[in-house]
Design a protein around this ligand. Structure first.
Ligand SMILES: [Zn+2]
Length: 343
């Protein structure tokens, strides 16, 4: 994590707490009214333990962060909480998260609100990350954005004004499950439906697509690594592409082509000011030649498939808050809900 922190003297209240629950770690931060972080930390999720235990640990961490940043509890206006799905956002329940086996059908929003004595705004982790980028990240100068998170799966968030699109059933912004391939032999998504973006553009899918090609006899500098380790990593594929491996580069650029299809569907549905690409699979981002090549291929694909006005105006770029977008955005959503509630 690399988020810069500010001091109590620089900060402008009221203050907000953001909590971002992931499969391996929970991140918590204290933010001021302008989205600047005063203090933050992360600790293991320990997902095999029950949710009540996690609430106790989150509460302890919040108290510690507030005291270290010299913020009184009374100065905290609201708390934001992001978790992976599936979830029931309206009722504040986390339902059955794949990577957190001990957390099942738990009223997490209200239990955290009880423990902290503050209102808690509950959001999908990908929507929270999108709001973070919208509030203080790549989207900060844009009135609306769609964020696509490329990691183990493909997540998404749609933010229009201060509104995060969650939907009637907490399935809003599920961009990973937009269909981008209707062929008879389309790849199967982990959700059980064929042809979804996640089946092509997640890190898991990029690794699977590369592995299948090598096993089918395509020559690649990765053949030896695959034989030795019985599996590849996204980083190895990126490094092979950089070193000139034809197959690795082909898989990465075709991933960009599938993403372009998904992005065009979103542009023609939402027409956002910006599309932001987040998650670990960014091929080095804009600081790196492969990241720039990946982004440029996405833009070319979008240009071919959309209206010229949209293609001229859309901003497509990498996210800038990395792993901190989730807790920052959770705090931002709490701030937006708090301001709305107080008129
Ligand atoms: Zn799916």
């Amino acid at each position: 994590m690399s988020t810069q922190t500010i001091t109590r003297e620089e900060a402008i209240g009221p203050f907000y707490i953001g909590v971002d629950v992931g499969g391996t770690s929970i991140k918590v931060g204290v933010l001021d009214d302008l989205g600047r972080t005063l203090a933050y930390t992360s600790f293991p999720t320990e997902g095999e333990k029950d949710t009540a235990d996690a609430i106790r640990r989150i509460t302890n961490v919040v108290q510690h962060l507030l005291s270290s940043s010299k913020i009184a509890f009374s100065e905290v206006a609201a708390v934001g909480l992001g978790t992976p799905g599936p979830m029931d956002i309206k009722r504040g329940f986390i339902l059955d998260p794949t990577n957190i086996p001990g957390w099942r059908h738990y009223p997490i929003r209200d239990r955290l609100a009880d423990a902290l004595g503050k209102p808690v705004t509950y959001a999908n982790d990908a929507n929270a990350a999108a709001y973070g980028e919208y509030w203080v990240g790549t989207g900060k100068n844009h009135p609306s954005l769609v964020m696509i998170t490329l990691g183990t799966g493909v997540g998404g968030g749609i933010i229009i004004g201060d509104l995060s699109i969650e939907g009637e059933n907490s399935f809003g912004s599920e961009i990973g499950h937009v269909a981008v391939d209707y062929c008879a032999h389309a790849r199967m998504c982990p959700c059980g439906q064929p042809g979804h973006l996640e089946a092509y553009a997640s890190a898991t899918a990029v690794i699977a697509r590369t592995t299948e090609q090598i096993q089918a006899g395509r020559s690649s500098s990765l053949t030896g690594l695959l034989a030795k380790n019985h599996k590849l990593t996204g980083l190895q594929i990126a490094q092979a592409a950089e070193a000139g491996d034809e197959l690795a580069l082909e898989v990465i650029l075709s991933t960009a082509d599938y993403l372009a299809r998904g992005i065009v569907i979103l542009m023609h549905t939402v027409d956002p000011a910006a599309i932001v690409l987040g998650g670990a699979m960014n091929f080095g981002g804009s600081q790196h030649p492969l990241g720039r090549q990946f982004l440029s291929r996405i833009k070319q694909g979008v240009d071919r498939q959309t209206f010229s006005l949209l293609s001229q105006r859309i901003v497509i770029d990498f996210a800038s808050l990395a792993g901190d977008a989730g807790y920052i955005g959770a705090a931002g959503l709490a701030r937006a809900a708090n301001k709305f509630a107080n008129g």
